[in-house]
Ligand binder design. Structure first.
Ligand SMILES: [Mg+2]
Ligand SMILES: [Zn+2]
Length: 430
C-alpha cells in the first residue's frame, strides 16, 4: 500500500506576511514551512510529494530544489506543479493526486501554510483501521465560531458544519487542515469544489468520514498576525512542547466542582456556567502548549436522569463559554455508567461495574495512549476522593480543589480551581 502527500500551496499570497514569498517559503523559527512539513513526514513512510502551486510557482520550485539538496532532506522526492487556472482545493488535489511518478493508493493532503507538528503516522493508521474513504484531523482552537467544525455527535455520527453555519452549542472541534483520502474516493464526490466546505460535508453525509482528534500543534500561518504568533510559539518553546512526538505532560481536570460549581444531578445546558476566572487559567495552559483533558463521571446518564444528547449539549456549552475567552479543552472524556441498579427509569445497559468510572484509571490510560501523555509527569485536579484515587491509580500528581481540605490522606490542596490550575500550570512548565 503506497501513500503520497499532496501539498496545496496555491492561492494568492496577498494575505500572507510577505506577499512576495510563496506561503510555503515563509519562515518559522529556523526554517521554512516546507522544511516543517518534511520534518513532520519524516516519522512516516511518506517520501513522495507533489506540491500544487499557483502563484509564484517558480519560487516554489527553487525552494524545493535548495531544500532537497540538503543532506537531511535528500530522501524526499518532490515534484512541483503549477496550476494555471485555480478551480478550488479539490481540483488542485485531483491534479496533484494524478501526478505521482508511481500511482499512490492513499493521499495525505497538507495545506502549504499550516504548520504541522503531530504524529501523522498515528492518524494514518487509525484512518486505515476505520475503512473510511476520507479522514480529517480535528482540534479545538481559539476561534471556534468562525471555523469549519468537524465532530462526532452524541449518537456517534460524524458531523461537519462549515464556517458560517449556526455554531451555538457545537463542540470546539475544528478541521485542522490535514486530510487523508483514498484515490478511489477522489471520484466519489465529483461535485465537491472545496475540501472543507464540500468534500468533508459530503463524506460525512455518506458515513465515509473519519475524524482524528489531535492535541498536538497545528497552526494556520496564513496571515501576518498568525505567522507572527507562530514564531512567538516557536521562541517560547510551545511548538516543542505541544508538537513533540515524544511523551508529553498534561493537565487533567475533573468537571463538576472544578470547571463549574457542583451541580444537582439533573440540570440543563441553559443553566451551565463555567466558574469565574477558570477560562482565563485554562487559556494560559493552552498558550503554554500544555494539553488539557477533562475526565468526568456522569452517572446521571445511567440513572436515566440525563440523555446522551443532553450531556452532549452541556459539553458543547462548556466549550462555547471557554471559546468566548479563547480557551479550550483538548479532549473531553466521560463515564456514563453507574454500578448500583434498582432505580426507576435507569438504563440497565449502563448499570455496570465499568473500568472507566473514576477512581478507575482506564480513561487516563486511554488518554495516555491516544495522545501520547506521560502520566507520571501529569497533574489531575479534582474536588473529591474519587479524583484523588483516579490520580493515584493512574500514577499522576494530584491537586485537591477544596475550601475545607477534607481528604483523609496527605495531599496538596488549593482553595479554588483558579489557584489550583495556576499552580498546576507552573508545575507542568517548570
Ligand atoms: Mg467533581
Ligand atoms: Zn464507565
Amino acid at each position: 500500500m503506497s501513500v503520497g502527500a499532496v501539498i496545496l500551496a496555491g492561492g494568492k499570497g496577498t494575505r500572507s506576511a510577505n506577499p512576495q514569498l510563496p506561503k510555503i517559503a515563509q519562515i518559522v523559527g529556523p526554517k521554512s514551512l516546507l522544511e516543517w512539513h518534511l520534518d513532520a513526514l519524516r516519522a512516516t513512510q511518506i517520501r513522495d510529494l507533489v506540491i500544487v502551486s499557483g502563484h509564484l510557482g517558480d519560487q516554489v520550485a527553487e525552494l524545493v530544489h535548495s531544500v532537497t539538496s540538503m543532506a537531511s532532506y535528500r530522501d524526499f522526492h518532490i515534484s512541483v506543479l503549477e496550476e494555471a487556472d485555480p478551480q478550488g482545493t479539490v481540483a488542485a488535489l485531483r491534479l496533484g493526486a494524478s501526478s505521482f511518478p508511481e500511482p499512490v493508493e492513499r493521499i495525505l493532503v497538507m495545506l502549504g501554510d499550516v504548520l504541522v507538528a503531530m504524529p501523522i503516522e498515528q492518524f494514518l493508521l487509525n484512518w486505515q483501521e476505520s475503512s473510511k474513504g476520507v479522514g480529517v484531523v480535528a482540534h479545538p482552537n481559539t476561534h471556534p465560531f468562525d471555523s469549519d467544525s468537524v465532530f462526532v455527535n452524541a449518537i456517534g455520527r460524524e458531523v461537519t458544519l462549515p464556517k458560517g453555519s449556526d455554531k451555538r452549542r457545537v463542540p470546539n472541534s475544528a478541521s485542522a487542515g490535514l486530510f487523508l483520502i483514498t484515490r478511489a474516493s477522489l471520484s466519489h464526490y465529483p461535485q465537491a469544489r472545496d475540501l472543507g466546505s464540500n468534500l468533508l460535508v459530503e463524506a460525512a453525509e455518506h458515513n465515509d468520514l473519519y475524524i482524528f482528534t489531535d492535541s498536538h500543534y497545528l497552526k494556520d500561518t496564513g496571515t501576518p498576525e498568525r505567522l507572527e504568533a507562530t514564531n512567538r510559539d516557536f521562541e517560547n518553546g510551545v511548538i516543542d512542547r505541544k508538537g513533540s512526538l515524544g511523551l508529553r505532560s498534561a493537565l487533567f481536570l475533573d468537571r463538576d466542582g472544578v470547571i463549574n460549581s457542583v451541580q444537582p444531578e439533573v440540570y440543563q445546558a441553559d443553566d451551565y456556567k463555567v466558574l469565574p476566572g477558570v477560562a482565563g487559567e485554562i487559556k494560559k495552559a493552552n498558550e503554554r502548549g500544555i494539553p488539557v483533558f477533562v475526565v468526568t463521571n456522569q452517572p446521571g446518564i445511567a440513572k436515566g436522569l440525563m440523555s446522551f444528547e443532553e450531556h452532549f449539549e452541556i459539553r458543547s456549552e462548556l466549550d462555547a463559554q471557554l471559546g468566548f475567552e479563547q480557551a479550550f479543552i483538548d479532549e473531553y472524556y466521560f463515564c456514563p455508567h453507574h454500578p448500583d441498579s434498582g432505580f426507576e427509569g435507569e438504563r440497565i445497559a449502563l448499570k455496570i461495574e465499568c473500568e472507566c468510572r473514576k477512581p478507575n484509571a482506564a480513561l487516563a490510560n486511554l488518554i495516555s495512549r491516544q495522545h501520547g501523555i506521560e502520566l507520571p509527569k501529569s497533574v489531575m485536579l479534582g474536588d473529591t476522593a474519587r479524583d484523588q484515587g483516579f490520580a493515584r491509580n493512574a500514577g499522576m500528581g494530584f491537586i485537591h480543589v477544596s475550601s475545607s481540605c477534607d481528604l483523609e490522606s496527605a495531599h496538596v490542596c488549593e482553595l479554588d480551581s483558579v489557584q489550583a490550575i495556576r499552580r498546576a500550570v507552573e508545575e507542568l512548565t517548570c
